[in-house]
Write a protein that binds this ligand. Structure first.
Ligand code: PGA
Length: 294
C-alpha cells in the first residue's frame, strides 16, 4: 500500500465548454461539471491513492443510514487517512449524506445510473441527477445489476459514458462467476469485460475499476492473495491498451472484504483500495479497513 503524498491526477472541472462560441449558455451537464465539488484525486509516487468505498446496496436508506454516514464522517474527521473514502448510500438519502459529507474526507456516490441523461425512464436516475444531489462517483455494472437486471457489457459502458458526461467518476465493476473460475476462464472473462465495459478514452480521473468475483460477494469467501494479484495485474495490462494513464487507474478489490482480511488484500500490488458491501454498514469496521491504508 503506497503512502499518500503527491500531486493531483484527476479532478477539477473538465474544460467542458471549450469549443463553444462566445457567451453561449452552458448546458445543464456543463453547469454541473463547473460546480465546485468535483473531486480532487491525489496520486502517490508509486501509484494512485487508495479508495475505500462503501456500497450500502438496498440497506440503511433511513435514519439508520444517516447515523451510519455521520459515524463514518465524524470517525474519520480527526484523522489523516492514507486513502480516500466513498459512501454509496441508497439514492433516497444520497443528498442528505452528501450534505453531511460536505467539507469532509468522504465523497458520495450513487449505486447505479441510467445510460441516458433524461427522459421517459420510470424509476431510473440519471448521472446528472446524482451529480446534482451531491454525488461525485457512481457504481456501474455491479454483478447484482448484471445478474438481476440483465445488464450487458455494452449497457455498462453506456452507463459509464453517461457518468462521464455528468462529471462523475464511474466505478466499473467486473468479475467472474464461480463456474467461470472453475473452468479456468477468469482471465478471459476479465479481459472481455474490460474491453466491453470500459469506455474507450477513459482515464484515471474519471474511471475506477472494481474487481469483484461474483462468488466472493456476500459469501465470506475470497480468492487467495495470489489470485487477487493475478487478476489485478491482468486487468491493469488490459487497461493499458484501452485507457489513458492505465498505471494511475484505481483498481479496487471487492467481495467479502472485512477488517481481518483487508490488510493482506490491500497490500497487494495493483490493488488500489476496496469496494465493501456488508462491512460498510458498520462504521467501525469500515473505518478499520480504511485505517489499514495508512
Ligand atoms: P460484500 O459486497 O463486501 O458484502 O461481499 C461487496 C460488493 O458487492 O460490492
Amino acid at each position: 500500500m503506497p503512502a499518500s503524498t503527491g500531486g493531483i491526477i484527476g479532478g477539477g472541472p473538465r474544460p467542458c465548454n471549450s469549443g463553444l462560441p462566445g457567451n453561449e449558455p452552458l448546458t445543464k451537464a456543463e453547469a454541473v461539471l463547473n460546480s465546485p465539488h468535483f473531486p480532487l484525486l491525489e496520486t502517490t509516487l508509486s501509484g494512485p491513492r487508495p479508495l475505500i468505498a462503501g456500497n450500502w446496496k438496498m440497506n440503511a436508506g433511513d435514519a439508520a443510514g444517516i447515523a451510519l454516514a455521520r459515524a463514518v464522517i465524524e470517525g474519520a474527521g480527526s484523522e489523516t487517512l492514507g486513502c480516500d473514502l466513498l459512501l454509496c448510500p441508497p439514492a433516497v438519502i444520497l443528498a442528505e449524506v452528501a450534505r453531511l459529507a460536505g467539507g469532509s474526507a468522504a465523497a458520495v456516490g450513487g449505486q447505479d445510473c441510467h445510460a441516458e441523461d433524461a427522459g421517459a425512464h420510470t424509476g431510473d436516475l440519471s448521472a446528472i441527477m446524482l451529480r446534482e444531489a451531491g454525488a461525485s462517483f457512481v457504481i456501474v455494472g455491479h454483478s447484482e445489476r448484471r445478474a438481476g437486471h440483465g445488464e450487458t457489457d455494452a449497457m455498462v459502458r453506456a452507463k459509464a459514458e453517461a457518468a462521464h458526461r455528468a462529471g462523475l467518476t464511474a466505478i466499473v465493476c467486473i468479475g467472474e462467476t464461480e463456474g467461470e473460475r472453475a473452468a479456468g476462464k477468469t482471465l478471459d472473462v476479465l479481459a472481455h469485460q474490460v474491453g466491453g465495459s470500459v469506455p474507450a478514452g477513459a482515464g484515471a480521473a474519471d474511471t475506477v475499476i472494481a474487481y469483484e468475483p461474483v462468488w466472493a460477494i456476500g459469501s465470506g469467501r475470497t480468492p487467495s492473495p495470489g489470485e487477487v494479484a493475478e487478476a489485478h495485474a491482468h486487468i491493469r495490462a488490459r487497461l493499458a491498451g484501452r485507457v489513458d494513464s492505465a498505471a494511475e487507474v484505481r483498481i479496487l478489490y471487492g467481495g467479502s472484504v472485512k477488517p481481518d482480511n483487508a490488510g493482506a488484500i490491500l497490500a497487494l500490488g495493483d490493488v488500489n483500495g476496496a469496494l465493501i458491501g456488508g462491512a460498510s454498514l458498520d462504521a467501525a469496521a469500515f473505518l478499520a479497513i480504511a485505517r489499514l491504508c495508512r
